[in-house]
Design a binder for this molecule. Structure first.
Ligand SMILES: Nc1ncnc2c1ncn2[C@@H]1O[C@H](COP(=O)(O)OP(=O)(O)O)[C@@H](O)[C@H]1O
Ligand SMILES: [Mg+2]
Length: 498
């Protein structure tokens, strides 16, 4: 087979699941030495495509070719026999078996009709070494980290001599260091002439590792491009099907805004001489590099730390925010940067997570309020278009985007006048991000003042009306968002001398 022949190819692929058409007329091919990203929003059909190639689902219509031969891949076993391996987000392993037994499960080497454990261990160690991973073949798999368990899956595929490797959101539960180790292995497979498909909705990963990208939307193939022919915004536009860059959600009216919250030369731990204003119905952004002092300003505004000089003015009157409780009494709310640590109760229900802040307020009236509280929670979940099965399920079962909607919604349920959000959509997929932005704009329109700290310039340009730029603990510039560009904001954020 010449290098230009695909190892595997699907043509006019249609897949129906549970009576619903899921994939529509997809043509897709994987070539030796190629890393092909498959991307798209949640539910676009990425995993389904991966599963068809790996023999888990059958096409309703269309053909799969291995090389030039049309084939049917009826089971995952058949797929692996044909050299096709699917690596899952959640590793499929037998926790009570050791690494070698996992790698060779069902096909342990034999010697004189006895299982040859020693040979299994020897061969497994050889493969692990080849992969460059530091795991012992005789360790029990249940004791390994997720990343290491994933390596066991890789070792299994390697032992089967897989030529086509499909990674389905494999990086989702890995640390960034583990991701780079995985990428190193993937590049090694590429160098050996394997064909690789990487399912991911992390665009930075697409640009880091892939040479080609296929975009799915609602089960259809929207585009296939060389990575070098695309920039980040274009890829986002392909994924969501609209031009995000032109999607500025600013106030529609240009009526003047009275300052509602004013900071005058506010100085405190990590920042100095910060002056800014935020009006009702206005969304104001603070841009800047990590460490510029943005989060510190938010923490002082919310009474977590205390300013040493300057003033905070609300509605024309100087106020003192002594504690977060005090801040809440003033009608302030802060959605913190790191939701996993500060915002979320992962094992408690969606209902609890949505209503935690108002529980105290309604408990005085007793259990009779339970129903009205649930209704309020449901209404807030609706505002954000939060996707969930039922309000009693643990919030950790939701996707990152829906978890974030829950946290923001909880703070809004307290009906604050002034909402501060620190990195509101970090780690949230593009679709959910859009919904968070729209809900925040609706909240501003209803009369709230909103301050958004974000390291994501695209977010600030989409969402805000005005942008302040911080650098070295102080404000170095201010501009109307409609006059701002990524370049003008970055120049201020980096340029320490102005
Ligand atoms: N076994 C199934 N039965 C019915 N519908 C399914 C099944 N698996 C997935 N779907 C639906 O198919 C669509 C695509 O799902 P999936 O391929 O998992 O998307 P992605 O991986 O891009 O998030 C979704 O709408 C999902 O609800
Ligand atoms: Mg998926």
């Amino acid at each position: 087979m010449s290098a230009k022949e695909p190892l595997v190819r699907v043509e006019h692929l249609n897949v129906t699941l549970g009576g619903n058409p899921i994939l529509k007329d997809i043509d897709f091919a994987l070539y030796p030495g190629q890393i092909h990203a498959i991307t798209g929003e949640n539910g676009a059909g990425k995993s389904t495509l991966a599963k068809v190639i790996a023999g888990i689902h059958q096409p309703a219509f269309g053909t799969i070719y291995l090389g030039e031969n049309p084939v049917q891949i009826r089971t995952p076993k058949e797929a692996i026999r044909q050299g096709i391996a699917l690596i899952h987000q959640e590793p499929l392993i037998f926790p009570d078996l050791n690494v070698a037994e996992n790698v060779f499960v069902g096909r342990l080497p034999k010697k004189a009709s006895m299982t040859d454990h020693r040979e299994a261990i020897r061969r497994t160690n050889e493969i692990l070494q080849q992969l460059g991973v530091d795991i012992q073949a005789d360790s029990e798999v249940g004791n390994l980290s997720i990343a290491q368990q994933q390596m066991v899956e890789l070792a299994t595929a390697m032992s089967e001599d897989a030529k086509v490797w499909i990674f389905d959101e494999t990086t989702a539960s890995l640390t960034s260091k583990e991701v780079s180790e995985l990428f190193k292995i993937i590049r090694g497979l590429q160098a050996r002439g394997c064909a690789i498909a990487m399912v991911t909705h992390h665009l930075n990963e697409v640009f880091e590792i892939a040479d080609t990208v296929t975009v799915l939307r609602d089960g259809a193939k929207i585009a296939e491009r060389k990575i070098t022919d695309l920039n980040h915004d274009q890829l986002v536009n392909l994924m969501v099907g609209r031009d995000i860059a032109k999607d500025h959600l600013s106030r529609t009216e240009d009526t003047p805004i009275e300052p509602f919250i004013e900071l005058k030369n506010l100085t405190g731990p990590g920042f100095k001489n910060v002056s800014l204003t935020i009006g009702k119905t206005e969304i104001v952004g603070i841009a800047g590099l990590v460490g510029a002092g943005r989060t510190e300003v938010a923490r002082s505004l919310f009474g977590i730390t205390h300013p040493t000089a300057g003033s905070i003015i609300k509605n024309g009157e100087t106020i003192y925010v002594r504690s977060p409780k005090d801040a809440q009494r003033q009608g302030f709310a802060l959605v913190p940067e790191d939701r996993q640590r500060h915002g979320l109760f992962p094992n408690l229900s969606i209902e609890y997570n949505t209503s935690a802040n108002i529980l105290g307020a309604s408990s005085t009236a007793g259990w009779l309020n339970a129903k009205s509280m649930q209704n309020k929670s449901l209404a807030m979940l609706e505002v954000f278009k939060t996707v969930f099965k039922n309000i009693g399920q643990p919030v950790r079962q939701l996707s990152g985007g829906n978890q974030q909607k829950t946290v923001i919604g909880r703070w809004l349920l307290g009906n604050p006048d002034f909402l501060i959000l620190d990195e509101p959509t970090r780690g949230v997929d593009v679709g959910a991000r859009r919904e968070v932005h729209q809900a925040l704009r609706t909240q501003a329109d209803s009369g709230k003042a909103i301050l958004v700290i974000s390291s994501d310039l695209a977010e600030l340009l989409t969402l805000t009306d005005r942008i302040y730029v911080m650098n070295g603990g102080t404000i170095v510039g201010e501009m109307a968002t409609r006059d701002a560009t990524e370049e003008s904001v970055m120049a201020l954020a980096f340029g320490g001398t102005e």
